[in-house]
Ligand binder design. Structure first.
Ligand code: UD1
Ligand code: MG
Length: 389
């Protein structure tokens, strides 16, 4: 079975009221589109096609991944038209179509979805969820026997229909590529002027093809159309990550004010105080204490490191047992050895401080080598520059 992925990322994202294309807005430090691509990648599709349009060049520049192809949707005429733009790229097989504005999707949910689609030999399947507090999603209509008959967009459904049908479309579909010829049967919606991909559900259901929706938790498929939803989705992902680290033995004094990016890692028995931010590819060792107000980006911290309050650490390395802060700033390429002490109001840039070094207060160290002579010689330097505060 050939699996193709099609990710829709061309839309205007009007409701975001932004100059940045919607799919590039970041959810925990990564564009939301990148989250979708990463979740799909592990299913190893033979090809992944990203449909771009609004801000196409910007999206191409920011988004990466092996084997991605980009297709341009010339006029933004809706999700049905977006899939039509990608159709030439797909051969016989199954197409996994996802909205690029649903960054919570997980590989595990997609795997289960794929196996249900295959097991039931469906022509079209999609993920649905139920949450009465949400609006703006397509409504899944079913007949008396429970068969899916169509999807009606929220804005086109009557109040009565909304009361009757509270199952929502998650914007993740599996469709046998043969059936994509029916994209041509989608009529332009007279109210919005768009071709809705969701109309394919009604078209295929009426033609007697097997169509079904599989319920999954809202935490997996919430979409982002507004800044409020961007926050809500980021918060769901933030909690998912932090609760995962708690499972692995990390203490969070106040998890509600702590941010840990998906690409960061934290060792067992480390404690994070409130208002701490762990960004990018940061790796924190075991038994560390990260005090309030610290931000650590793309850095490596060994075991038993203490980061005191209001400290910023960027692209740096800190050895075992070292203490940094309060109010310290490690700028990129600072390498601090073991059992060192970087104290109050010390700024360090592109410097190498050997084991046991102390820079206790009010100093700047830039492009410097500080530490034991042996250590410096072993690193290939012929003389040592020793700075002290
Ligand atoms: C869509 C679904 C809705 C579903 C919801 C889930 C349709 C008609 N409606 O609504 O049933 O509940 O997602 O989140 O599909 N896009 C393009 N080209 C376009 C228009 C959109 O590539 O011409 C892309 C957007 O960039 C976005 C995705 O398609 O990533 C979905 O578009 P959006 O406008 O957000 O659709 P919703 O109104 O959220
Ligand atoms: Mg959307």
């Amino acid at each position: 079975m050939n699996l193709y992925a099609v990710i829709l990322a061309a839309g205007l994202g009007k409701r975001m009221k932004s100059d940045t294309p919607k799919v590039l807005h970041e959810v925990l430090g990564r564009p939301m589109l990148q989250h979708v691509i990463d979740a799909v990648k592990q299913l190893k599709p033979v090809k992944s096609v990203v449909v771009i349009g609004n801000g196409a060049e910007q999206v191409k520049e920011k988004i990466g991944g092996e084997g991605l192809s980009f297709v341009l949707q010339k006029k933004l005429l809706g999700t049905g038209d977006a899939v039509a733009a990608a159709r030439d790229q797909l051969k016989t097989g199954t197409a996994l179509i996802l909205n690029g504005d649903g960054p919570l999707i997980t590989t595990q949910t997609l795997k289960t979805f794929l196996s249900r689609h295959k097991r039931n030999k469906n022509t079209l399947s999609f993920l649905s969820f139920t949450d009465d507090s949400l609006s703006g999603y397509g409504r899944v209509f079913r007949d008396a026997s429970g068969r899916v008959t169509e999807i009606v967009e929220d804005k086109h459904a009557s109040d009565k229909e909304k009361r009757t049908f509270n199952e929502l479309n998650g914007g993740v579909y599996l469709i046998e590529t043969k059936a994509l010829r029916h994209l041509a049967d989608i009529k332009r919606n007279s109210a919005s002027g768009e071709y809705y991909l969701t109309d394919l559900v009604g078209i295929l259901s009426r033609s007697g093809s097997r169509v079904d929706a599989y319920n999954c938790p809202p935490e997996d498929i919430r979409g982002v159309n507004s800044r409020q939803e961007l926050f809500e989705v980021s918060d769901i992902l933030r909690k998912r990550i932090i609760w995962g680290w708690m499972d692995r033995g990390v203490t969070f004094i106040n998890p509600h004010t702590t941010v840990v990016h998906t690409t960061a890692s934290i060792g067992k028995d480390t404690i994070l105080y409130p208002n701490t931010i762990v960004e990018g590819t940061t790796s924190i060792g075991r038994n560390c204490v990260i005090h309030a107000g610290a931000r650590i980006a793309d850095s490596f911290l060994g075991n038993e490191v203490t980061v005191k309050d209001s400290t910023l650490i960027e692209k740096s390395r800190i050895g075992k047992g070292t203490s940094v802060g309060p109010f310290a700033h490690l700028r990129p390429e600072s390498i601090i050895g073991k059992n060192a002490k970087i104290g109050n109001f010390v700024e360090i840039k592109k410097s190498n401080l050997g084991d046991g070094t102390k820079a206790s207060h009010l100093s700047y160290l830039g492009d410097a080598q500080v530490g034991s002579f042996e250590q410096i010689l072993s690193q290939g330097y012929s003389s040592a520059v020793i700075l002290s505060s």
